[in-house]
Design a binder for this molecule. Structure first.
Ligand SMILES: [Zn+2]
Ligand SMILES: [Zn+2]
Length: 176
């Protein structure tokens, strides 16, 4: 009877609650059954490991994707900033052009409105300096031309005055 009793006695693995009929099978189970060893905390569950690996991979992929998205976002932002900057530059260029439309050609001072520009043009010292310089240049040119002509045509003009003198004499002779 005792043997039968022992045979029917049900043993439970304390770790995984699996049923066993004999102690030896229970001990063997506890030594080799992977899932039990996992329950015992003696080995790491490979499925857990695989899952962890998978999670890690997914996490990595997720991060990679996020990185790409971030980079795209950054690229987009950079583009927006660049466009903004280009717009700003264009605006400045336009502004400059607008300003230089009313730029005093003599002293390079810029004016934002035509009224200001016109007000300045009447009193621009550089403008008057320019005009004076131009006039002086013309005078100098004329003087040079004149003295050059006078030197060369000295004889001619002498002849001219002789002719004029002769003419005068002839006229006098005619009158008297
Ligand atoms: Zn077990
Ligand atoms: Zn000026």
């Amino acid at each position: 009877m005792e043997t039968i009793d022992e045979c029917v006695k049900i043993l439970y693995c304390e770790y995984c609650k699996k049923k066993f009929n004999t102690k030896s099978s229970l001990f063997k189970h506890q030594r080799v059954a992977k899932y039990c060893l996992v329950s015992q905390g003696k080995i790491e569950d490979t499925r857990v490991k695989i899952k962890a690996k998978k999670d890690e991979k997914e996490e990595k992929e997720k991060m990679e994707k996020e990185k790409i998205i971030r980079e795209k976002e950054n690229e987009k932002n950079r583009n927006i900033i660049r466009k903004e900057k280009e717009k700003e530059e264009k605006r400045e260029e336009k502004e400059k052009k607008r300003e230089s439309r009313y730029r005093c050609e003599y002293c390079n001072v810029k004016f934002t409105t035509r009224i200001n520009y016109c007000g300045h043009i009447d009193i621009c010292l550089e403008k008057y300096k320019n005009i004076i310089l131009d006039k002086e240049k013309i005078i100098n040119d004329l003087e040079t031309k004149f003295s050059y002509g006078a030197d060369n045509k000295n004889q001619d003009s002498d002849q001219g005055s002789t002719q004029l003198l002769n003419h005068e004499i002839t006229t006098k002779n005619l009158l008297f």
